[in-house]
Design a protein. Structure first.
Length: 131
């Protein structure tokens, strides 16, 4: 095989790795429920994860709370299929910060969420997601 042909073959194989920005269509949407400790009633939630690097994600949580729609956005790190996942999101006006952590087992995420206040985690409930 000539050097030029070998170079073209390698370039074609590597092209997907260097194809530019990630398309929003590459996002993964998970649905499930969360429980807010003070209400102790499950509510629906949708989480949209968009790739932002190796095991890193931009995430948005879409949910209703007290009859009002919300979208909290932030970042996450970990797997969306098996193993640990954790992240941090902020409310719409960016004045409140929430963290979540847990793990995927057999494609189902089970974890907790907490609000960060004065550098302390205040437990706010549990969350469960799947595809």
């Amino acid at each position: 095989m000539k050097k030029a042909s070998l170079f073209v073959a390698i370039a074609v194989l590597l092209l997907p790795a260097f194809s530019g920005p990630i398309d929003a269509d590459d996002s993964t949407t998970l649905t499930g429920e969360y429980i807010w400790n003070r209400q102790d009633v499950p509510s629906e939630i949708e989480a949209v994860f968009t790739p932002a690097g190796e095991s890193k994600w931009d995430v948005s949580f879409h949910f209703d709370f007290r009859n009002e729609g919300h979208i909290y956005t932030g970042t996450a790190e970990g797997s969306l299929t098996e193993g640990p996942l954790k992240g941090e999101v902020k409310n719409e006006n960016k004045k409140r910060t929430f963290i979540f952590s847990g793990k995927f087992t057999d494609g189902v995420f089970e974890g907790t969420h907490a609000e960060m206040r004065d550098g302390k985690e205040l437990d706010t409930g549990v969350i469960k997601l799947s595809s």
